[in-house]
Design a protein around this ligand. Sequence first.
Ligand code: AHR
Length: 572
Amino acid sequence: MSEFIKTGNATSRRSFLKTSTLAASALPLRGRLLAQAAQADARIDVLPAEPIGTISPEIYGHFIEHLGGVIYDGVWVGEGSAIPNEGGIRKAFIETMRAVQAPLLRWPGGCFADSYDWHDGIGPAAKRPARTGFWGQQDSNRYGLHEFLRTCRAIGCKPYLAADLRSLPARDFYQEIEYCNAPAGDVPSNSAAKAEPNALAAERAANGDAAPFDVDLWGVGNESWGCGGNMSPEEYATEFRRYTAWTPSYSKTPLRFVAVGPNGDDVDWTTRLFKALYANPERRHLWGLSVHYYTSGSATKFAQGDALKFDNDEYYDLLTRGSIMERVVTDHWRAMRTEEGQPRVKLVVDEWGAWYGKGTELGPEYNLSQQSTMRDALLTGITLDIFQRHADKVAVANVAQSINCIHSLMLAKGDKFTVTPTFHVFQMYLPHRGAQAVRAEFTAPVIRNGMANASTPAGGNSYRGSLDASRALAGLSGSASVATAGNGKQITLTVVNPHLDQALTTEVVIHGAAIASATGTVMSETDVHAHNDFDHPNAVHPRPATTGQPAGGRLLHTFPAASVTTLQLTLA
Ligand code: AHR
C-alpha cells in the first residue's frame, strides 16, 4: 500500500479516504463525487478563507555577476557587435527578461561585489581601468553602473545593487547612493544656505544620465561570513550599523537595506545577528535579511554532480534537498524573532538554484555555466511554490544567475542562444504575481529518498554548513493564489508532480466554492534529462494541459509524471 503525505502534515491513506468521504457526503452529487474521489490518487484542498499574504512580484527576481560569461557575452556584447543588441546589451537577454516580466535585477555580485569599486565602471569607456576581479578574471570595466541601469530600463525592472562592504569605506557606500539618487540641478540645502547642484549628480549627468537612477534596494555586503570578509555575526552587525547609520535620502520612501543573512540554514548566524543588531537601538533601514541557499548536484559535496547525467535516485535526492528551502525560510523567520517579537524585516532569498560541478559548461572561460534539464524545471517549480506558500515572509528572491551561470534561464555564446526549461517555469508562474496566496493542502503518495544517508551540504561559494539528511519528498506540492481582479473567482494553482513513473489523478477541491471551469499549461517530457541546447532551443517547452470537466464543483485532473502544471480555475 502506498504511503501518503499531506504537505506539512503527514497523514495515512485511510484518513485521506475518510476525509474525502465525509466531505462528499454533504453534497447533492454524492454518488458521482464518491466515484470521483475513489478514482483519485491524490487530493488538493484549496482554502480561500485562509489567506497567507500578497505574493510579492519581486520573488521572481534575477541576478547577474561579473563571473565567467555572465556579463561579457551573456549580457554585454558591445555596441559594435554583429549580435543583435540595444546599445551593447544582448537583445535576446532583454527580450527574455521582458518575457518573464523580470521585476528586479541584482548586480554586480555575488562575491565579486565585495572587491568592486563602482568608480572603475563610470566615465568614458576608454579611460576605465582593467582590473582583476574576485573570480580571478580580468575585467575591462566596460560594463559599469550606467550600462547596468540601462539594462534595467530596457527590461523595465528595478535595480538591486550589492554594495562593497569588505574593501571600500562607508563613505563610498553613501556616495554611491548619492551618485545614483541625487537629483540633477539645484538641491535644496535644508539649511540657511542656498540650494546648490550636487557634484555627484552633476558627474552622473556628465556620464550620460541626468535623471536619477532612484535605486532603493541595497545589499549591504555579500556573504560576509565568507567571501565578504569572514566575519562573525557580531562583527557584521557592527559594520551594518556603521554603513547604514547615515545615508543620503532624496525621496519620501525609505531606502531598503538588506543585511547579509545565513549560509544555507545557518540559524546560529541569524539568531546572533539579530541579537547584536537589536541590542543597539539604532537599527534604522534594516528592511531585509538575505538568504543564500543552493542545492548541490551531489548528495555529499557542494557544487558537484552532473547537470545532465543522473540516475533516478539522484533525481529524487536533488529535489528532496531542494525542498529544504521551505525549512530554510521558516527556520530563519523564527530565528529573526527577538524579545520584542517578530521584526518587520522580510526575507530576501537573493541567491538560489541547483549548482552542479564541471562537465557541461559552455567553454573553459564560462566559469560556472551549466546545462539545465527538466529536473531543474521541477526544482524551479518547487522553489517558487515555497516562496508563494510563504508570501508573508519572502519579499524578494533572485535566481542565481539569469544567464550562463548555475540555475540559468538563458544560455548564450557568441551568436548562439537558447532559453532553458527554467525560463518556461518562470513564465508559467506569472499569474501568481501580486495575487493573494491562500493555504492549500496536498495529499499524495510520499517518495522516500533512498540517498538520505548523509548530511546535506548547503551554502554558497564559501561553503561551510550542512543540514541533516532529508528522507521524504512530497509526492505532490504546489501553491494557490486568488487573483486580486476577478471578484475572488480566479484561482491559480501551480503543482509539481515529481514521481518519475506515476501520473497522479487528483481531486481538486476549493473549500466554500465550486469550480466552474479550468484551463492549464503543463511542462512534462518523457525523459527528465530533456533539455534545450543551441541546436534544439525548443526541445523542452510547455503545452496546453488537458483538464477534466468539473463535476459537482470539483475537478479531477491528472498531473503527468515529472511535471510542472499551472491551472487557472474559474469559480462559479
Ligand atoms: O552565484 C555564484 C556565487 O555564489 C556568488 O558570487 C556568491 O555570493 C555565492 O557563493
